[in-house]
Design a binder for this molecule. Structure first.
Ligand code: ZN
Ligand code: ZN
Ligand code: FE
Length: 765
C-alpha cells in the first residue's frame, strides 16, 4: 500500500545542494514524486511504502548537505497521484519570499583540488565553485536565488557547464554561480591608473603578484566582500609604507597565512581557535603572539595579539601554494573609517595612490562585507565583528506579529529585521558620522528590504536624539506604521537576553563607550536590573565631565584631566602643562562639558593618567593599550578598593565613586608602582567591585543571573576577570554568543525590546 506525503523544509535550504540531495535519497529508497524550491524553502512530494518514507524523511533532517541549515521539517499527508519516477523541478516564484540566503563561505576541498589539477577544465579558474561552497550573499541581488538574480547574470552558461548544471547527480547541479574559463568572469591585473596589464592568465597574474609582494609592494586584491590591501607582513618597510599611505598609524592589520602550521609559528593556538581558523566562515581570529622574528612589529604595534585568517578564495589559496609559510597583511581597502571599497569604479580613484598593483575581475560584488573577527576566552568564542561568512544567517526567535525594522546605533552600525520566527542582523557598515558610511547604510537597507521582502509595521531606533540611525528610523516609518525608541543600554542587555532566549529579569552590566541615558547624560558604566520590556538603573559610576564632548574621544588626555578635577578639584597632585590648564578652565566654567559615567571613557582617562596614551587615532585605542600594559604585569595579586555608597535617588541602589578609583591610581603613581602593575590592579579592582555590587544587588532584587554587554567586554582581561569573580559568587553569567558586545548588537536588542512591547500591548501600530 503506497502512501503520499508533502514535506516542507524551511531554513537555509536553497542554493546549498538540497534538491540533488533529496533526489539521491529518493532514488536510494525507491521514492517517487518531486522536489522544488519555492518562497518558503523546499517542497517535496513523496510517494512510497510507509517504511521507506519514514527513512527518507529521517535522512532529510539527519544528514543534510554541508551548507544547509534546517530550521523546520513539516510533513502532511497528500492525495496519492501515482508518480512513476522522482524529478527535480525548477523554482516556483511565489509572492512570498524565503527568509534564508546563504552566507559566503570558503572554496571547498573538492573545488580546490580541481583548481590545482592541471588536467581539470577549471585548472586555475579562480571563480570555481559548487553547491557546497563559494560566494552567495555577496552576489545575490534578489530572490528566488536564481542565476538571473545574481551578479552572474551577464555570464550565460556554456554547454559543458549547462550539462553539469542540469544533472541532479552532479556536484554543480543548480549551482547558480557556476562557471568555467570559457563562460565565466575573468581575472585581470591592472596598474594604479586602471590600465590592464594581464587579462585572464591566472598563473601569470599569481606569479607577478607574488613577485611584487616579495619586493615590498602593496597590492589591492578584489576578494569576496570587497577589496583587500595586501603586503608582505615580514617586511617592515612595506608595512610602514602601507600605514603611512592609509594614514593608519596604530590600528592593527589582519594577516593571512597558508595554513595552521604556519600560523602556529607566530601565535598560540587552542582547540577552538584552530576550529575557527579552519571553519567555512574563515573569520579573522585574534591570537596571542609567540615571541618570533618573523612578523614585522609594524603589523600590530604595541599589541600582544595578532589577527590571523586562512585563505578562502581560490585566488588567495594560490598566493600560498609555493610557500604556505608566507605572511601577508590582508586589510580591508578603505579610507580611514569609511566602508570597504567593493566597486571597480571606486577602487582606482580612492586607492590609486595607496596600492601599486590591482587584481580585479569583471563580476560585481552586490553586497559588500568585511571579514568577521572573533577571539576566544576559555574555549568560548566572542565576536568583535560579525560579518562575512555569518551574515545573513538568521537567528531563530519567537514569532514576530508584524515585520519590524531596527535601525541600530551610530557606531559600528548594524540594522536588523524581525520577520516571522527570525531575526536577521546586517553586516556592520561602519560609523555613521561619515557621509560615505551613511550612504552605504541606506543602500544596504534597501538591499535587505528587497532580499527579505520587508514591510515594516514597526520601526525601532536608539533614544539618542543626534543619531543618524535615529533620524533614518523616523524617516522610514511609513503611514500607519509606528516608530519607537529604546535606550541604548537597555538594547545592549536585551540582546544578550534574546541570544539566550530569555525574557529576564537579569542584572545587566552595560559597560560601554557611551550611550544616551534616560536622564540625558552619557551612560556606559551601568548596572541595570532589566528584562526585555524595561529596566531600572541599579548602580552606576558617578558622573564626570567630558570636556569638548566628542573631541575627548580621541583627545583622551581631556578625560584624564576631567577625572583628576572631579577627584581633586583645584588641587590636582600631578604636574600640568599650560594646555592642560586651559582644559581645566573649560571644565571649571563648564563650557561644552557633557556629563558622562561611561566605563569605556574611564579606561581612556586612566590610560592617559598613566601616560600610556594622550591623543589616539582610532576608537578604543587608549583602552586597548591599557589592557596590553596590564598583560605585562609581574604582579597579579594587587588591587585597590573602589568605594560606593547608597544612591541619592530613590529608585537606584548604589553610586560608585569614580573619584575613589582615580585617587587610588594617583596614589600608585606616586608610589612609583610600575605601570603594568597599576594597569593590572585597575582591571582586577574593577572586576572585584563588579562582583561585590552584583552580590549586593542580588540581595536586594533576588536575581542570580548577570548579563554582560557593551564595548568594554571586548577587553579580554576584564571579561575573564569579571566572569571569574561572578562565577566564584555562584552567579549564572550570560555573555553574547553570536553577536559582538559592542554596538553591533544594538539592532538585535532593539528588536527584542520591540517584540516584548508588542506582546505586552505597550506598542501598537
Ligand atoms: Zn565547491
Ligand atoms: Zn562554462
Ligand atoms: Fe553601546
Amino acid at each position: 500500500m503506497k502512501e503520499s506525503y508533502l514535506i516542507r523544509i524551511r531554513g537555509i535550504v536553497q542554493g546549498v545542494g538540497f534538491r540533488p540531495f533529496v533526489y539521491r535519497l529518493a532514488r536510494q529508497y525507491g521514492i517517487t514524486g518531486s522536489v522544488c524550491n519555492d518562497g518558503q524553502g523546499v517542497l517535496v512530494r513523496a510517494e512510497g511504502n510507509r517504511s521507506d518514507l519514514d527513512r527518507f524523511i529521517r535522512d532529510i533532517s539527519g544528514n543534510p548537505p554541508p551548507l544547509a541549515r534546517i530550521e523546520e521539517v513539516e510533513t502532511s499527508p497528500a492525495g496519492y497521484r501515482g508518480y512513476s519516477s522522482f524529478s527535480v523541478t525548477g523554482s516556483k516564484t511565489g509572492k512570498e519570499k524565503n527568509t534564508f540566503i546563504p552566507p559566503d563561505t570558503r572554496v571547498c576541498d573538492q573545488c580546490l583540488t580541481e583548481y590545482q589539477n592541471t588536467r581539470d577544465r577549471r585548472y586555475r579558474y579562480p571563480f570555481i565553485t559548487c553547491t557546497h561552497c563559494g560566494p552567495r550573499f555577496s552576489i545575490i541581488r534578489d530572490i528566488p536565488y536564481d542565476r538571473k538574480n545574481t551578479t552572474m547574470a551577464p555570464f550565460p552558461l556554456c554547454n559543458e557547464c549547462h550539462r553539469e548544471y542540469r544533472d541532479p547527480l552532479d556536484r554543480r547541479f543548480h549551482t547558480q554561480p557556476t562557471a568555467c574559463p570559457r563562460c565565466g568572469p575573468r581575472l585581470s591585473l591592472a596598474d594604479p591608473q586602471g590600465h590592464c596589464l594581464i587579462r585572464g592568465d591566472v598563473p601569470e597574474i599569481v606569479s607577478r603578484v607574488i613577485s611584487d609582494l616579495d619586493q615590498g609592494k602593496i597590492v589591492a586584491l578584489k576578494g569576496v566582500g570587497g577589496y583587500h590591501l595586501a603586503c608582505d607582513a615580514t617586511n617592515s618597510r612595506a608595512v610602514r609604507r602601507l600605514r603611512s599611505r592609509k594614514k593608519r598609524p596604530f590600528k592593527p592589520f589582519a594577516l593571512m597565512t597558508g595554513n595552521l602550521d604556519s600560523a602556529a609559528r607566530v601565535v598560540e593556538l587552542g582547540k577552538r581557535e584552530r576550529e575557527l581558523l579552519e571553519s567555512a566562515q574563515r573569520p579573522i581570529v585574534l591570537l596571542r603572539e609567540k615571541p618570533n622574528r618573523i612578523l614585522s612589529p609594524q603589523v600590530a604595534p604595541h599589541l600582544s595579539h595578532q589577527g590571523i585568517m586562512l585563505p578562502y578564495s581560490p585566488f588567495q589559496f594560490s598566493l600560498f601554494e609555493d610557500n604556505p609559510l608566507r605572511f601577508l597583511v590582508m586589510t580591508s581597502a578603505n579610507i580611514s573609517d569609511e566602508p570597504i571599497i567593493y566597486s571597480d569604479r571606486e577602487i582606482f580613484g580612492k586607492m590609486g595612490r595607496v596600492a601599486d598593483l590591482f587584481v580585479t575581475y569583471n563580476r560585481d560584488i552586490h553586497t559588500p562585507s568585511d571579514d568577521s573577527v572573533l577571539f576566544v576566552v576559555d574555549e568560548q568564542s566572542h565576536f568583535i565583528r560579525r560579518s562575512k561568512g555569518y551574515v545573513p544567517v538568521p537567528f531563530f526567535s519567537s514569532p514576530a506579529p508584524v515585520d519590524i525594522l531596527a535601525t541600530g546605533a551610530d557606531l559600528k552600525n548594524t540594522f536588523g529585521l524581525a520577520k516571522d520566527k527570525f531575526l536577521i542582523i546586517s553586516q556592520p557598515t561602519g560609523d555613521l558620522q561619515s557621509p560615505a558610511t551613511q550612504e552605504e547604510m541606506l543602500r544596504s537597507l534597501d538591499n535587505f528590504t528587497t532580499l527579505f521582502d520587508l514591510d515594516p509595521r514597526v520601526v525601532v531606533s536608539d533614544r539618542h536624539p543626534g543619531y543618524f540611525s535615529t533620524s533614518i528610523g523616523r524617516r522610514l516609518t511609513r503611514k500607519g506604521a509606528s516608530w519607537t525608541r529604546v535606550y541604548h543600554h537597555h538594547a545592549h542587555i536585551a540582546s544578550v537576553l534574546e541570544e539566550h532566549r530569555s525574557a529576564g529579569p537579569v542584572i545587566g552590566l552595560a559597560f560601554d563607550g557611551t550611550g544616551y541615558g534616560a536622564d540625558g547624560h552619557l551612560w556606559g558604566g551601568e548596572f541595570l536590573v532589566a528584562d526585555t520590556t524595561g529596566f531600572q538603573r541599579a548602580a552606576h559610576f558617578s558622573y564626570f565631565p567630558l570636556p569638548g564632548g566628542e573631541k575627548a574621544i580621541l583627545e583622551v588626555y581631556r578625560i584624564g584631566l576631567a577625572l583628576l578635577y572631579q577627584a581633586y578639584g583645584e588641587n590636582i597632585p600631578l604636574p600640568l602643562s599650560p594646555r592642560d590648564r586651559q582644559i581645566i578652565t573649560l571644565i571649571r566654567k563648564d563650557i561644552h562639558c557633557p556629563r558622562c559615567c561611561s566605563l569605556g571613557r574611564i579606561f581612556d582617562g586612566i590610560s592617559s593618567l598613566l601616560g600610556i596614551s594622550r591623543v589616539i587615532t582610532t576608537e578604543a585605542e587608549a583602552a586597548i593599550r591599557l589592557e596590553e600594559t596590564a598583560f605585562k604585569s609581574s604582579d597579579q595579586n594587587r588591587f585597590f578598593p573602589i568605594r560606593y555608597r547608597p544612591h541619592p535617588l530613590p529608585d537606584a541602589d548604589f553610586l560608585i565613586e569614580t573619584e575613589s578609583l582615580v585617587q587610588a591610581i594617583v596614589g600608585l603613581i606616586h608610589d612609583r608602582v610600575p605601570l603594568p602593575v597599576i594597569s593590572y590592579a585597575f582591571h582586577q579592582s574593577l572586576a572585584r567591585l563588579t562582583g561585590e555590587i552584583c552580590a549586593e544587588l542580588r540581595k536586594i532584587h533576588q536575581i542570580n543571573r548577570v548579563a554582560l554587554s557593551g564595548g568594554v567586554f571586548q577587553n579580554r582581561l576584564l571579561l575573564k576577570q569579571i566572569i571569574d569573580q561572578l562565577q566564584k559568587k555562584q552567579f549564572q553569567v550570560l555573555t553574547h554568543r553570536e553577536l559582538p558586545p559592542n554596538d553591533g548588537c544594538i539592532a538585535h536588542g532593539q528588536l527584542a525590546v520591540a517584540k516584548a512591547w508588542w506582546k505586552k500591548g505597550i506598542l501598537q501600530p
